[in-house]
Design a protein around this ligand. Structure first.
Ligand code: NAX
Length: 382
């Protein structure tokens, strides 16, 4: 009895002197540029220590498998904000979803406050602050494009309504599931109570691919290349554009050079560069026999981090957002633009001069988007 009391005393002394990591950066984690206080402005519920709720749909799939763990690790909100993960997939994937939840448990992530793994749309969407809409109906052998569009319309109509009814009023949405732009337009149209500026579709993977292709061509570190732009649809009609891009420390340290003269190869810029970026997804599938997953998850995190935390001064990124009429793109078309972000909002970069080549490319991808949108909206329940 006496010895067990002694052991308890020793243990409590040990606990008192043990380091605590509750309010500081944990070893091995880099400090997030955003403080907990900043997020308390964006998400007041953090004031009473409630977690930020992040929905990932298609949660038993490949991309979500990479996203969920990164979010739980703190890669979206930094190392001081607790998150609750809402994971949605369809009923046939319930067992796989259970497996993902088990693995999340087994990671013992200190920031992961809760996992809501479900096949019920209402449960999944209730009170979510961020919605990463990854799940979509995949194209199956022999399936007509029209039928694929119809299937996905039904999914994003239902999910738009669920956002409207159950999500947090300031939910921020990014659609990844293809056709991403049109799916986002459908979700937005079905969620009239959520501001249009809270909807987006992912073109950041295309943006990152373009940045990487330019860096490789110039033989410079990828972070030295900035401000490439993806215009239009996340499809093979997208227009990867280097007119705004520059390269740092080129041709010598301290010199910043526009990418176009740095490359000095118009044929590549207007030909192989564009087609390589447009076809990169297909090239990955051909090589890997699976579609891009880790790079897509990384792009989702980049997209949301920039949107939530703001883009550094002078940095431009690509996001598909509802057009406000900029560059002659009709209002509400979900179109990828050059944007900057601050205080949780994106802004389309204005005043860019478009040459004839660019104008044609912008119009071609617009035409595809408008046709897709018209067809998709004809499937919506009246
Ligand atoms: P997976 O097939 O691995 O996973 C998709 C998951 O979504 C499956 O588990 C499926 O059951 C689920 N799902 C289907 N309908 C659902 C619904 N109504 N509600 C919830 N979940 C549902 O695909 P993955 O590789 O993860 O890709 C997901 C989507 O991202 C695909 O549509 C894909 O085409 C698209 N992509 C978009 C990219 C972009 O940049 N915008 C790039 C990567 C990717 O190709």
């Amino acid at each position: 009895m006496e010895s067990s009391q002694r052991r308890l005393n020793t243990l409590s002394r040990h606990l008192e002197s043990a380091p605590t990591y509750a309010s500081e950066v944990r070893p091995g984690h880099t400090e997030c540029p955003v403080t907990h206080h900043d997020y308390k402005n964006v998400y007041p519920r953090l004031l009473d220590n409630r977690p930020v709720r992040v929905l990932v749909t298609g949660a038993a799939g490949n991309i979500a498998y990479a996203i969920a763990f990164a979010v739980a690790r703190g890669e979206l909100f930094g190392p001081q904000v607790r998150v609750a993960l809402h994971l949605l997939d369809i009923a046939p994937m319930a067992d796989a979803l259970k497996g993902v939840t088990m693995e999340l448990d087994d990671c013992a992530f200190p920031l992961l406050a809760e996992v809501v793994a479900t096949t019920d749309v209402k449960t999944a969407f209730t009170n979510v602050d961020v919605a990463l809409l990854v799940g979509a109906f995949p194209r199956q052998k022999g399936m007509e494009r029209k039928d694929l569009l119809k299937k996905n319309c039904a999914i994003f109509e239902e999910q738009g309504k669920a956002l409207d009814q159950y999500a947090s009023r300031d939910v921020k949405v990014v659609v990844v599931g293809n056709p991403a732009n049109t799916n986002a337009a459908i979700a937005m149209a079905n969620a009239p109570s959520i501001p249009k500026k809270n909807f987006s579709a992912l073109t950041r993977l295309d943006h990152n691919r373009a940045q990487s292709q330019v860096a490789k061509r110039l033989g410079v570190p990828v972070q030295n290349v900035q401000n490439v732009v993806i215009w239009g649809n996340h499809s093979s009609t997208q227009y990867p554009d280097v007119n705004l891009a520059y390269v740092e420390d080129f041709p010598a340290k301290g010199i910043k050079t526009p990418v176009r003269p740095a490359l000095n190869d118009e044929k590549w810029v207007q030909g192989e560069f564009i087609s390589t970026v447009q076809q990169r997804g297909a090239a990955v599938i051909q090589a890997r026999k699976l579609s891009s997953a880790a790079s897509a998850a990384n792009a989702v995190l980049n997209h949301m981090q920039d949107w939530l935390q703001g883009t550094p001064s002078g940095k431009i990124v690509s996001m598909a957002v509802a057009s406000d009429g900029s560059y002659g793109i009709p209002a509400d078309v979900m179109y990828s633009f050059p944007v900057t972000c601050a205080s949780g909002d994106w802004k389309i970069v204005q005043g860019l001069k478009l040459d004839e080549f660019s104008r044609k490319k912008l119009d071609a991808t617009l035409q595809e988007l408008q046709e897709e949108k018209t067809e998709a909206f004809s499937f919506l329940k009246k």
